[in-house]
Structure formats: C-alpha cells, structure tokens
Design a protein around this ligand. Structure first.
Ligand code: AR6
Length: 164
C-alpha cells in the first residue's frame, strides 16, 4: 500500500473515493463537508438523505456525482472534548471503517482529509498520528494507495514529518 501526504483541495482529486469529514446528519455543513457538497452538486445531498445519518466513527458510501472521484465515503469524527471522552478510538474508527468500506466496494485509491481537526477541534499532531497508524495497521489487501490530503502547508508539514 502506498501512503503519502499532499497539499490540495480534496474535491479536485481523481481517486476512487474521497473521504468526507461529515456530521451525523450527513446533510452537509461547513469545512471540507461544504466543499464536497458544493463540488458534487445537489445530487449528493439527495443521496445522503436516504442513508439515515451516520454515527461518530462509522462510515457510509455514496457516489461522487459531479466530483472526479467516483465515490464519497462519509464519516463523522469525534468532537474534541479534551481527549478523555473516547476521542482517539472514535477517530481511529473513522479511518478503519472508511478503509473497510472501500475494500468491500473494491475501491483501491482513497484520499482522506484531516478528519476532526477543523471545526471539531482535534489537535492535528495527535490526529495525524492516529490516521497514519490506523492506515498502516489495516490488514486488508485491496487498497493500493492512501492519500492524506492536507488543506494547509502547516498540516502537510506535520504529516510529512510523521511519514518520514
Ligand atoms: N479539501 C481538503 N481539506 C479541507 C478542505 C478541502 N476543500 N476544506 C477544509 N479542509 P472540517 P471536522 C480541511 O472542519 O473538524 C462540518 O461542518 C480543514 O482545513 O472540515 O471533522 C461538518 O458538517 C481541516 O484540516 O471537519 C461537521 O459539522 C479538515 O479539512 C464538522 O464540520 C477537517 O476540518 C466536522 O468537523
């Protein structure tokens, strides 16, 4: 499995699936969620309405509609409340469940944003460590490439440091 970090707008990536850092309604919001819904068009929220929401740490699949990516994997990160409320496990669940879902649908190239580290407040360094460790621990064989899509140069520097 190839693993790398880039700086980009995730809505521009041509991969099998981009991951959305959504909220539990799956009906859109700000941040990367808003950007993905704008780029995918109104068909995305229409499809999301059929999914019945998504619990924190879970992942659900839709088509990518007007995106270059064929699919969107929606997951919901934990709201940071100091780190003693199960946040690390819930964040790891986001990565684990997104990868498992990708694999079930034979999706080989997948891009993640920095889930939970924007509006939900998860400290970036700690979140990046969990993201990388969880992806590396993924034992399935179907995924060929994982892209950590950072929106800022500062976030990319953290990932680059951890990835070596
Ligand atoms: N491409 C890649 N990354 C982006 C983009 C983009 N176009 N836009 C923002 N980011 P956030 P969260 C980065 O707040 O913390 C929404 O309202 C951003 O810089 O999008 O999980 C949802 O509906 C940050 O590094 O997600 C939820 O209510 C990362 O994406 C809530 O926000 C995640 O920041 C979820 O909060």
């Amino acid at each position: 499995m190839r693993l790398h970090a880039i700086r980009a707008d995730i809505t521009t990536l041509s991969v099998d699936a981009i991951v959305n850092a959504a909220n539990s309604s799956l009906l859109g919001g700000g941040g990367v969620d808003g950007a993905i819904h704008r780029a995918a068009g109104p068909e995305l929220v229409a499809e999301c309405r059929l999914l019945g929401g998504c619990k924190t740490g879970e992942a659900k699949l839709t088509r990518g509609h007007r995106l270059l990516a064929a699919y969107v994997i929606h997951t919901v990160g934990p709201v940071w409340r100091g780190g003693e409320h199960g946040e690390p496990d819930l964040l790891a669940d986001c990565y684990r469940n997104a990868l498992a879902l990708a694999e079930r649908h034979r999706l080989r190239r997948i891009a993640f944003p920095c889930i939970g580290t924007g509006i939900y407040g998860y400290p970036l360094q700690a979140a990046a460590r969990i993201a990388i460790d969880t992806v590396l621990a993924h034992t399935g064989t179907g995924i060929e490439e994982v892209v950590f899509c950072c929106y800022s140069e500062a976030d990319l520097a953290v990932y680059a440091g951890l990835l070596g």
